[in-house]
Structure formats: structure tokens, C-alpha cells
Design a protein around this ligand. Structure first.
Ligand SMILES: [Zn+2]
Length: 373
């Protein structure tokens, strides 16, 4: 059994460390990262440990006008890049949706025999994870062991119902939270997905990145590519090796369906004239109007929030899915893609890697035929 830590004391330590930083020794960008790490950790700590003590605003760190302006500048840069490449995204999404549309025609209710609820706790889970590391992906093993040793593999809870990673850049520490729904297949899959992000963080820190590259997790549309690739590799490994084969295949199909929804939502953004795009992003339309246009029902539940994060998520999950798929089929392209993936999106760079829409869709069709026959 893989144990998830439920003692959040070290999260509190990290929050206190961040609260006591001397801003003057950090650049504007570093301060911005420290501020958002603090906010995320404090929010998580409040809900996981049920302790409000960390949520008092440290004077001088939060609500700073220069940091606020910096944040807005990064948002503007992100939207500008999206709008500049809107027609590229539009063609990419349109052609992949055409391949994926039959997903919608499947009657999923008839698939009950593979209901994953039957996959309860499993003594084998550590062995399965380690055999995946050994046979498919050795680079994740050390990262996993390191995080476990630091007791930073935490349990997420019912309020979040989500697995996620928090990169504390000030202390160069990674915290992984896993939502365990009592199903070991989903638990392992989530661990591998988050390890994919951890791998990305390690690689980025190793590179001693320029300021622009260091904004990868804020600015890039590629942040989900390697996580999705590892996650799908794991499910394919199970399927090919006849380990929980039918369940893994069923779960892979449901993942694809979720990613279909992201592509569908992205399609909406690629169709918008820029004026309307800005209005939606900045919350100038009734929420019900926007969510009626999208496939992801969770949008209806967003409160006091604008659509910047949901927009970033749908483009990241879409490209994660499309490119992750491609890179499983083309291991020889991984190194080349890795070199460009910390930069701001430029379509010609992707095409130079041999990752144009034709090539990507060829892989999509191949996999679709394999898993949805
Ligand atoms: Zn992710």
C-alpha cells in the first residue's frame, strides 16, 4: 500500500517560511511566485488541516500593487499569445475533434461491467508502480522516492476531490496531494500524472532557467504534456501486459472523454472574436451564458472568479492530450520537444519538431482505433 501523509505540519512550516521572507532579496518575479505559493499552501492548509492560523495576511507580502501589476502583465501576455495564434489553435482543435466525435456516440451506460468501483484497495499497488518505473519509466522512480522520503506525498480530501502538485520555488520543495477515492487504479494513475509535473519542475530547476523560462507554469500551454504522456503510458503498460487489462482500458476511455471536453471548450475560445474573448475572460457575460456554451459542467460552479484559469486549463489539457499521445508514439521526438517546451508558444517551433496537425492526428487516429474499436 502506498501511504498518503495526513499530517500537514510541514505545510505549515513552509507557509511560515514564506511569510518571513525578506522581499528585498528577491526579484519581482520571484516575489510573485512566493506570493502565489503562499496563497495556494495557505488555502490548502486551511481546508486539509482545518486550521485558519496561516491565513492571516503577512504585511507587505500580499496585495502589493507592483505584484498585482506584474500578475496582470503575465495574463495580458498569455492572452496576446493565444489571440496571435488563434487560427493555428482553431485548425488543430477542429481536426482533432473530427476524429474524436464518435466518442460521443458511445453508450457508456452499457459499460457497467467494467465499473471501477470493484477495484478497491490493493496490496499490489506498490509492485505495480515499481514495475512501471522499471520497465517503462525509470526517471520517475527517484523523484517518487524522494517525495515519499520527505513525507510530501499527501492525502487530498473530499473538499478538493482533486490531485495536484504545489511547487514551493523558494525552498525548492515539491508537495503532491492525491485524492484517493478508494480505487487503486485511479490512485496510481493520479500519482504518475503528478510525478510527471514533478519531473518537469526538477528539470526546470536543473536548467537554472532564465526569467522567461521560469514562468513556464504561469505562461506555457505545454504544462500537461509530460504528465498526460506518463499517465497514458502507465495505462497502456497495464493493458499490454494483461494487468487489470479491461479496467485500464475502460479508464483510458473515460480519460479520453474528459479530454474531449477540454478540446470542445477550447474550440469555443478559438471561434471568438478577440473583443468577445476578452469579455468572457474578464467575466462580463452572465456565467450561465458562458457555461451553456461549454462541455465542462464544472464551470457552472465557479464562483467569484473569472475565466482566466478555466481558459488556461482547457488549452493546457487539450495540448497535453494531443502532444502527449504523439510523444508516446514518437519517443525520438521527445528530446527536441523538451527543448522548446519551456518557451512561450510558437507554432513554427512545434512544426519544426515534426509536430504539425497532420502528424498529431495520425497518432490520434491510430490510438482511437486501438482503444475504441
Ligand atoms: Zn496536471
Amino acid at each position: 500500500m502506498i501511504q498518503l501523509n495526513q499530517d500537514y505540519a510541514d505545510i505549515k512550516n513552509q507557509i511560515e517560511y514564506l511569510m518571513n521572507l525578506d522581499q528585498k532579496s528577491y526579484s519581482k518575479i520571484e516575489n510573485l511566485k512566493n506570493k502565489s505559493t503562499y496563497q495556494v499552501l495557505a488555502g490548502v492548509y486551511l481546508l486539509m488541516a482545518n486550521d485558519e492560523s496561516c491565513f492571516r495576511m503577512p504585511i507587505g507580502l500580499l496585495g502589493q500593487i507592483p505584484l498585482f501589476i506584474e500578475e496582470q502583465r503575465l495574463h495580458t501576455q498569455f492572452h496576446r499569445n493565444f489571440l496571435k495564434n488563434q487560427s493555428f489553435h482553431q485548425q488543430m482543435v477542429k481536426s482533432s475533434l473530427e476524429i474524436l466525435n464518435p466518442i460521443l456516440e458511445e453508450d457508456w451506460s452499457s459499460n457497467k461491467k467494467y465499473n471501477l468501483d470493484c477495484l478497491d484497495k490493493n496490496e499490489e499497488e506498490t509492485d505495480l508502480l515499481y514495475s512501471f518505473f522499471k520497465e517503462v519509466n525509470p526517471s520517475l522512480k527517484d523523484i517518487f522516492e524522494d517525495i515519499v522520503k520527505q513525507k510530501h506525498l499527501y492525502a487530498s480530501n473530499e473538499t478538493y476531490q482533486n490531485s495536484f502538485l504545489i511547487h514551493n520555488t523558494a525552498q525548492k520543495t515539491l508537495n503532491i496531494f492525491i485524492y484517493d477515492q478508494g480505487n487503486f487504479l485511479i490512485k496510481l494513475d493520479s500519482i504518475i500524472h503528478e510525478l510527471g509535473h514533478a519531473w518537469d519542475c526538477f528539470k526546470l530547476d536543473e536548467k537554472k532557467p532564465s526569467e522567461l523560462k521560469s514562468l513556464y507554469f504561469y505562461q506555457s500551454i505545454y504544462t500537461e504534456v509530460f504528465s498526460f504522456m506518463y499517465e497514458e503510458q502507465f495505462l497502456e503498460y497495464l493493458i499490454e501486459n494483461h494487468k487489470y487489462q479491461e479496467e485500464a482500458k475502460f479508464y483510458l476511455q473515460s480519460l479520453w472523454r474528459a479530454y474531449y471536453n477540454s478540446l470542445y471548450d477550447l474550440h469555443l475560445y478559438t471561434e471568438l472574436p478577440s473583443r468577445k474573448y476578452h469579455k468572457i475572460i474578464h467575466n462580463s457575460y452572465p456565467r450561465s451564458y458562458v457555461s451553456s456554451l461549454t462541455a465542462t459542467s464544472s464551470w457552472e460552479n465557479i464562483e467569484d472568479y473569472d475565466f482566466i484559469e478555466p481558459m488556461k486549463n482547457c488549452i493546457r489539457y487539450s495540448y497535453g492530450f494531443l502532444l502527449g499521445n504523439f510523444l508516446i508514439e514518437h519517443p525520438e521526438k521527445r528530446q527536441q520537444f523538451f527543448k522548446i517546451h519551456y518557451d512561450l508558444f510558437q507554432p513554427q517551433k512545434l512544426e519544426e519538431c515534426g509536430m504539425g496537425k497532420e502528424e498529431i492526428n495520425k497518432c490520434l487516429t491510430k490510438k482511437f482505433d486501438t482503444y475504441f474499436e
